[in-house]
Design a protein around this ligand. Structure first.
Ligand SMILES: [Zn+2]
Length: 63
């Protein structure tokens, strides 16, 4: 899966804050992403991240 900085990830399970959309802020072996609802930042490895993704919205496809 091609994940880039600025992409928005919609996760299958919502964050405890109730939000389920995240902005990618760093990529590599680990993906760093920030919750768009509460601004919490998490870093998880790429394979774990890909399992949690329901939808990936590319940076260029965002309004
Ligand atoms: Zn949150």
């Amino acid at each position: 899966m091609d994940i880039n900085i600025g992409d928005v990830i919609i996760t299958k399970k919502p964050h405890p804050c109730g939000g389920n959309s995240w902005v990618v802020t760093r990529t590599g072996a680990d993906i760093k992403m920030q919750c768009r609802t509460c601004s919490h930042v998490v870093m998880i490895d790429r394979s774990q991240c890909e399992k949690r993704i329901k939808k990936l919205i590319k940076a260029q496809d965002q309004q």
